[in-house]
Design a protein around this ligand. Structure first.
Ligand SMILES: Nc1ncnc2c1ncn2[C@@H]1O[C@H](COP(=O)(O)OP(=O)(O)OP(=O)(O)O)[C@@H](O)[C@H]1O
Ligand SMILES: [Mg+2]
Length: 459
């Protein structure tokens, strides 16, 4: 059964209170009727109330004071004020200070019920919004950044230090490394987390559309501007504006953005009024912006304005130790989202995932895991379930070689690698020599020869 909405009704006239209680209970609400405002304030502290309905004129504490108390302590809770006929003027005052509605006594039952219903709906919407915001905060908070590599630790530490401030942050890194994730984590770890996180992709729109998207426009400022529209700068007021793909900004827009960063004021397209905006800017790009500055594609002054706090997110292949953690994270996340059984990758399959180059970084890893979970049929996910590019031996070898020091002795290194491969094959084959030889594609006698050569013993 649906939970009844809980109304707190306050009136010093007991008879009136009885009538209200009966009427609202009949209408399907849970009603707490009190005639002493002081008791009511204590009651609010302990109970789960959806709407407050209060009389205006009461001894000791007035309706206006109740309203003020609720506004201060329970900002999402709607208050309905009842006033005696003839005090409409003060009712108007009360509306100004944030009452949801007022009703002049005597009122018709329908009038009261309609107003209560509206207040209940508002209260529900506010509670949903609150949940949604909390949900966002857990979903996009810094705890969602997975990894134990030094690179990730340093990213987290910069987030922690930079989030409380208003400083502009520039995030650079290859495609799919987690730039947007980091941008959101900055916002949701900052004091601005309750305000909007507004994102703009500078590449997705042509320059003239981008301008009106960012700055908004006045009605009639150009053909098609049929109504006034607020831009993203205005929408992000008191929050964070995320400028993605900032390296794609046209020269013209670079100048305009620079002005906003300097003055923290904007003008809508076709407008004359300057609007002050309080925004935190986080920008991201997969381009080497300094290189773009040198080439003359990006303004140097804008670069320095953006590059106050710089975060460089390294590609996944430079922090392979994060791969097993990320795999576990995505297996859990995707299985839950898709409502499919959680499965594990075999150690060999994990080796392949850890050895691959990942040109598309974490986004590619996530896609590969999803594909394996959805298409794989076995109890575990094995090497055969991996997409061909990941299984590709040459690319695997190349990434392994990339990890080696640049200056090395060729034959000595090859021998070391051979010995290491044999040790691994033995361990994987539970030290059964036939198995190890088979997985290495050599005969048992050759294996035994090499065991002697490298002085490898049983366990
Ligand atoms: N460290 C991480 N832990 C968990 N998930 C991550 C991590 N880094 C990235 N991801 C996930 O990988 C995907 C790609 O990340 P994101 O969109 O932030 O990358 P990007 O750098 O903005 O890429 P592009 O340059 O292509 O826009 C997202 O689903 C994100 O949640
Ligand atoms: Mg991105």
């Amino acid at each position: 059964m649906k939970k009844k909405k809980h109304l707190l009704v306050l009136d010093d006239e007991k008879n009136y209170l009885l009538v209200l209680e009966a009427l609202l209970t009949d209408a399907g609400y849970k009603v707490t009727a009190l005639n002493d405002p002081e008791t009511a304030l204590t009651f609010l502290e302990e109970s789960d109330v959806d709407v407050v309905i209060t009389d205006m004129k009461m001894p000791k504490i007035t309706g206006a004071e109740v309203l003020e108390h609720v506004r201060k302590n329970y900002p999402g809770l709607p208050v309905l004020i009842m006033t005696a006929f003839g005090t409409i003027q003060s009712a108007v005052e009360v509306m100004r200070t944030g009452a949801f509605d007022y009703i002049a006594k005597p009122f018709s039952n329908d009038e009261l019920l309609l107003s209560v219903q509206n207040a209940v709906e508002l209260s529900q919407a506010r509670q949903n919004y609150q949940l949604l915001t909390e949900n966002f905060q857990t979903r996009y908070g810094r705890n969602n950044i997975i990894g134990k590599s030094n690179a990730i630790r340093s990213v987290l530490s910069i987030i922690d230090r930079a989030a409380p401030s208003k400083s502009t942050v520039l995030i650079t890194g290859e495609s799919g490394t987690g730039k947007e994730l980091v941008a959101r984590a900055i916002h949701f770890s900052s004091p601005r987390k309750g305000a909007p996180f507004v994102s703009v992709n500078c590449m997705a729109l042509n320059p003239s559309l981008l301008e009106s998207e960012l700055f908004g426009h006045e009605k009639g400022s150009f053909t098609g501007a049929v109504a006034m529209k607020r831009g993203r700068f205005e929408l992000a007021d008191t929050g964070t504006l995320f400028l993605d793909e900032i390296g794609e900004l046209s020269h013209d827009m670079q100048v305009k953005l620079l002005r906003v960063l300097q003055e923290r004021r904007i003008e809508r397209v076709g407008g004359t009024e300057e609007i002050e905006v309080d925004i935190r800017i986080v920008a991201a790009t997969n381009k080497d912006l300094l290189e773009e500055v040198k080439k003359g594609n990006f303004r140097e002054d804008l670069y320095y304005r953006l590059n106050v706090v710089h975060m460089q997110i390294p590609p996944l292949r430079e922090r392979r130790e994060d791969i097993p953690l990320l795999v576990a994270h995505f297996v859990e996340k995707i299985s839950e989202e898709q409502d499919i059984a959680e499965r594990t990758f075999t150690p060999e399959a994990l080796d392949y995932l850890s050895g691959y180059e990942w040109p598309g970084n974490i986004r590619q890893l996530e896609n590969v895991i999803e594909r394996c979970l959805v298409l794989g049929t076995g109890a575990d996910i094995s090497v055969d379930d991996l997409p061909p590019e990941v299984r590709d031996e040459e690319s695997q070898l190349k990434s392994a070689v990339d990890l080696l020091p640049v200056q090395l002795d060729l034959s000595d290194t090859l021998e070391k690698i051979e010995a290491a491969l044999i040790r691994r094959a033995l361990a994987r084959g539970n030290f059964v020599q036939v198995k190890a030889a088979e997985s290495l594609g050599i005969s048992k006698s050759l294996l035994q020869y090499k065991l002697k050569k490298y002085n490898i013993t049983g366990h």
